[in-house]
Design a protein around this ligand. Sequence first.
Ligand SMILES: NC(=O)C1=CN([C@@H]2O[C@H](COP(=O)(O)OP(=O)(O)OC[C@H]3O[C@@H](n4cnc5c(N)ncnc54)[C@H](O)[C@@H]3O)[C@@H](O)[C@H]2O)C=CC1
Ligand SMILES: CC(C)(CO)C(=O)C(=O)O
Length: 306
Amino acid sequence: MKVAVYGAGGVGAYFGGRLAQAGADVHLIARGDHLDALQRDGLRVESVSGDFSMELPATDDPADVGRCDVVLFTVKSFDTEAAAREVRPLLGDDTAVVSLQNGLDNETKLAAEIGREHVMGGVAYIFSTIAEPGVVEHTGGPTSFTYGELDGARSDRATRFLEWCDRADGMDAELSESIQTDLWEKAAFICAQAGMTATVRLPLGEIRSHEESWEMYRRLIDEVCRVGRATGAELRDGTVSQWMDFADDLGADSYSSLHYDMTHEKPMELEALHGTVVRRGRENDVAVPMNEAVYAILQPWAQRNA
Ligand SMILES: NC(=O)C1=CN([C@@H]2O[C@H](COP(=O)(O)OP(=O)(O)OC[C@H]3O[C@@H](n4cnc5c(N)ncnc54)[C@H](O)[C@@H]3O)[C@@H](O)[C@H]2O)C=CC1
Ligand SMILES: CC(C)(CO)C(=O)C(=O)O
């Protein structure tokens, strides 16, 4: 199985590294200092599931890699369109480009550039960042992703990829037959987890211990579920309480990639998260006051870091 990781950062290099450990032919696409370090020193992953280092081919030019079976597409959502324009050299007739990004529009943007037949949706559950160039730090989370064909088909390429994922240690993968539902459900969770940890600027444990803050966390989830249903997505009953139970079990020191980016002066995915919910809420006449509040509070940070 030949795999390219387009945007080999916290998420992509972690899962790509694990697939390489399982024997997949993995190629990293990165840029800047991180690429220089990957080429010079290899990839180092410092992980709660076990550290590892490996030499993997790394480049900023997809033409060096050529056709792949699977492309893990893991750039930040504000880089989706630019990166999608560069993906073509990686595509054979049956190549799947699997977005593991946060946000609701990445698959549509990818499809517009490379054709819907190449795109699979996906959602990742992991806490992982580039700690320094060439070094990815994985601090926890379920360390899993769910992916699937946009039309829900259990295709040969999707099941073949699952077999490879199942061989890998330190990660779990699930093949979904309703990835649109998964995307909305993940959006509901991430708008709460990212929204609260970034606005409050404290870890989840301290948010949980205040009744009003914990209620706001719940309302953020609930609002996104309402918007999702208004757009026609089939969210499962009990999604809000399931996420609240999930968040109850997360480590007290959990934050989010949005909080990380905000506090490290990096561009933020605010538009892909709360910005999208606010816009879709308006379009569908669904009130989203909690998401509007998060969006308003974080705007100055998003502008400052852009
Ligand atoms: N970090 C986390 O724990 C989680 C992140 N996510 C989502 O996964 C996606 C990726 O996030 P991270 O891995 O944290 O981002 P990251 O910033 O660590 O990695 C993305 C990498 O892609 C590179 N890149 C962007 N455009 C490129 C291009 N055209 N050519 C080559 N390299 C390019 C960037 O320089 C960066 O190194 C985001 O949508 C994020 O919200 C989802 C779950 C957890
Ligand atoms: C769900 C969560 C919080 C970690 O998997 C995430 O997606 C992020 O930090 O961006």
